[in-house]
Design a protein around this ligand. Structure first.
Ligand code: BGC
Length: 776
């Protein structure tokens, strides 16, 4: 049972574990009580109604660990919280490309949430990494909607398998922290549909999260909290969302307008303000009471759902050791080996001298700052984990090399360089200090602190056998320094067990199997959002459209430092030729492309390969990215073992969103299916011809002559009305090839007014009527 302290006694005597009869309660609630229910009662609870025995439920952050604030552990906004397992953040988890693992992490989070009497965990965040600078990139999965969507679906399934709800956030187009509470994300519909909404869509359709959290920002001028198209038409009517929409904390500006748009619960409540506004709006007739009933029904249903889950599975104590072990496994699977010329795994035996350099080996950066910050149950450091794991007789020494604050560090780099000189191998821990990235602000560049890069140069000058271990929540530029390292292991923000995971990977107890969920560009300026990030004057224009992340780099044929999907292993994999079996048809609605590729582990260690399937539309009538990820499989292969990676694609995977047709459109023609180890390492490309009925916006007077001629019904109508020449061409001026070239893109309405064109407005009306008749 979850309840607010104030109603505890009442709930005990009233036997509140009984389910709620939502419809009966709705009939008995007064207008004021309904208004009280559509806002919370404090920072973390829904409102109880004691008179009717309606308890409150608690929600808490999220996403990579439970942050349940507690008086015992500190008070207030971002105060202390109960200890909880700090799992790798989404940026790390996404790099695992492992849906089963993410589901297991979700289940562990759900268990901890349930054990703490919290009904909803506020995560996952599935906003797209539009720019590497976004301060919250550590909390988001990927620059790619398919990868984000599949992993977040697994996350939500896991969380919700433990009798608590998830909150899918932040809906929508919240891709920066700058001015996040007011900025208008100005995005065209195709870009929303193809890039910024599909992860939400997939999770809603496949996992039905208990709640969706709307974002702070405006979308094309309207606050997400008051955006009827987003919250009702798209989310509920198109995608079939059945749960509750909660506001981000402080995202509501006009509670009555938000009720009308489909925002069910305002958090935290503007007590005495929002409830009063709702009552007044209903009384004055500007808000339909039925709309209020709808949101209250959803709040009561959430409470009831939680009571039902409690009754089905009472909370049980958490095995924190087990969760720590899972956190370590997740951190291991999430690390990406960017570069390795054979230095890793470290070849250690008694007597070898290892220099560990960098304060982050001793003081790890393992999670991000802001609402997601967890008070971990324990914390491993890489330094201690390495000390414990190196073979006996290894001489392991440590030098901090730099300070994490901006303080004076004279002598630290000298000491590290001296240590490196005497060592057989050096492991340098670098990364972004906590103050460099956080919820609430965006970075202004992609660089590691200059003193860390200087340190690396000093160390590498003293000893060429350098491996770098990175810890950062969003991508850092590697091009300025990675030539100084023989190996680079990116761990992201790996959670409380990251230190142990690093030791496992460096020493070869585990084989790296993470793959980049975001591109590491050579320079920030190569990122396609660069010109329009973070906007100004209250607006950010998504001018790059669908060309986000690798979609943009590919389209511009740019070199990148490390491409999307990239990651090395201590073993090697060989790909056979991919096969694509096409069945069904688009017209019948059952088109399927089954992609199969045999992959073999050709090395002498067990390892995991992420087989990635990309689609390219060769003959598109709109500008499309050369390649788009449409599926992936993570294979676990013993040395010498091979297995088939199988991915099934459907029509949507080949389609684009057409703003004129206002639907997904699959155009007939040639597609390419690429299977490979990264977006830039396609090992097998298969051309496929796909048939599809022609879809176009209905012809009208404003359609151009070329559009009329491209449409069989349009051509037929023109020929019927204007006739044909002896050699079969369309008669009259409109049939002239030169006219078609020069003014063929003019609307027919304009052409109908031209003196030399044998088309008048009455004839055009007739033509339009004919094509409409033939279409119906
Ligand atoms: C964040 C949300 C978070 C909420 C509650 C907001 O500032 O944007 O992600 O769940 O606070 O802490």
């Amino acid at each position: 049972m979850r309840r607010v302290g104030g109603v505890e006694d009442m709930t005990r005597v009233a036997g509140m574990t009984e389910r709620l009869d939502v419809e009966a309660l709705l009939r008995r609630l007064t207008l004021e009580e309904k208004a009280s229910l559509c806002i919370g009662s404090d920072f973390w609870h829904t409102a109880p109604v004691e008179r009717l025995g309606i308890p409150a439920v608690m929600v808490a952050d999220g996403p990579h660990g439970l942050r349940k604030e507690s008086d015992e552990h500190g008070q207030g906004v971002l105060g202390g919280s109960v200890p909880a397992t700090c799992f790798p953040t989404a940026a790390a988890l996404a790099s695992s490309w492992d849906v089963d693992l993410v589901e297991q992490v979700g289940a562990a989070l759900g268990r901890e949430t349930h054990a703490e009497d919290v009904a909803v965990l506020l995560g996952p965040g599935v906003n797209i990494k539009r720019s590497p600078l976004c301060g919250r990139n550590f909390e988001y999965f990927s620059e790619d909607p398919r990868l984000s969507g599949e992993l977040a679906t697994a996350f939500v399934r896991g969380v919700q398998s433990r009798g608590v709800g998830a909150s899918l956030k932040h809906f929508a187009a919240n891709n920066q922290e700058t001015d996040r509470a007011r900025v208008s994300a100005d995005v065209d519909e195709r870009t929303l549909r193809e890039i910024y909404l599909p992860a939400f869509e997939r999770v809603v359709r496949e996992a039905q999260p208990w709640t969706v959290m709307c974002s702070y920002n405006r979308v094309n001028g309207t606050y997400a909290s008051q955006h009827r198209w987003l919250l009702t038409e798209v989310l509920r009517e198109e995608w079939g969302f059945e749960g509750l929409v909660v506001s981000d904390w402080g995202a509501v500006h006009d509670r009555a307008a938000a009720v009308a748009a489909g925002l069910d619960l305002e958090m935290p409540p503007q007590l005495g303000h929002s409830d009063r506004a709702v009552v007044d709006a209903v009384r004055s007739g500007t808000l339909d009471e039925a709309a209020l009933d709808t949101v209250v029904r959803r709040v009561l249903t959430l409470v009831d759902r939680s009571l039902e889950a409690d009754a089905a599975e009472p909370a049980s104590p958490v095995d924190h050791e087990e969760h720590h072990a899972l956190a370590r496994q997740a951190a291991r699977e999430s690390a990406v080996l960017l570069k390795n010329d054979g230095l890793l795994p470290l070849d250690l035996y008694g007597g070898r001298r290892v220099a560990v350099v960098g304060e982050m080996a001793r003081t790890p950066r393992y999670q991000g700052a802001g609402s997601s910050q967890v008070d971990p149950t324990r914390l491993d450091t890489a330094l201690e984990a390495l000390r414990a794991a190196v073979p006996e007789g290894t001489d392991l020494s440590f030098a901090a090399g730099y300070r994490l604050d901006a303080g004076d560090e004279a002598g630290l780099a000298d000491e590290a360089a001296a240590l490196a000189t005497d060592a057989d191998v050096v492991v340098v821990f670098l990364g972004l200090p906590a103050q460099a990235e956080s919820e609430g602000f965006d970075r202004t560049d992609m660089h590691l602190p200059a003193r860390q890069v200087d340190l690396l140069e000093r160390v590498a000058a003293a000893n060429a056998d350098v491996a770098v271990v990175l810890a950062n929540g969003s991508a850092v530029a590697t091009a300025p320094w990675d030539r100084h390292a023989r190996a680079v292991l990116e761990t992201w923000l790996p959670g409380q067990a990251g230190g142990g995971a690093v030791a496992d990977l460096l020493l070869g107890a585990a084989n790296p199997c993470g793959r980049l969920a975001e591109t590491i560009p050579l320079r920030l300026e190569d990122n396609t959002a660069f010109l329009n990030f973070p906007g100004d004057s209250g607006h950010v224009r998504y001018g790059e459209g669908v060309f986000v992340g690798y979609r943009g780099h590919d389209r511009l044929c740019q070199e990148v430092a490390y491409p999307f999907g990239h990651g090395l292993s201590y073993t090697t994999f060989a790909y056979g030729d991919a096969r694509v079996d096409v069945t069904g048809s688009h017209e019948a609605g059952d088109l399927r492309l089954r992609v199969t590729c045999r992959v073999a582990n050709t090395g002498d260690r067990a390892g995991k390969e992420v087989v990635q399937v990309y689609v390219g539309d060769v003959e598109a009538s709109v500008a499309r990215p050369p390649w788009e990820l449409r599926g992936f499989v993570k294979l676990d292969l013993a040395p010498g073992e091979s297995a088939d990676a199988v991915v099934e694609l459907d029509a949507r995977d080949l389609s684009f969103w057409s703003p004129s047709v206002r639907d997904w459109v699959l155009e007939a023609g040639e597609f390419r299916i690429g299977v490979g180890a990264s977006s830039r390492d396609l090992r097998s490309v298969v051309p496929v011809q796909v048939d599809a009925p022609r879809v176009a916006a209905p012809l009208g007077a404003m359609s151009s002559l070329q559009e009329w001629l491209a449409d069989p019904a349009g051509t037929a109508a023109l020929r019927e009305v204007l006739g044909t020449t002896a050699d079969g061409r369309l008669a009259g001026a409109l049939g002239h090839a030169e006219l078609q070239r020069v003014v063929g893109n003019f609307p027919m309405e304009t052409l109908a007014g031209f003196p030399n064109v044998d088309l008048d407005h009455a004839t055009l009306d007739d033509l339009v009527a004919r094509v409409h008749r033939s279409a119906s």
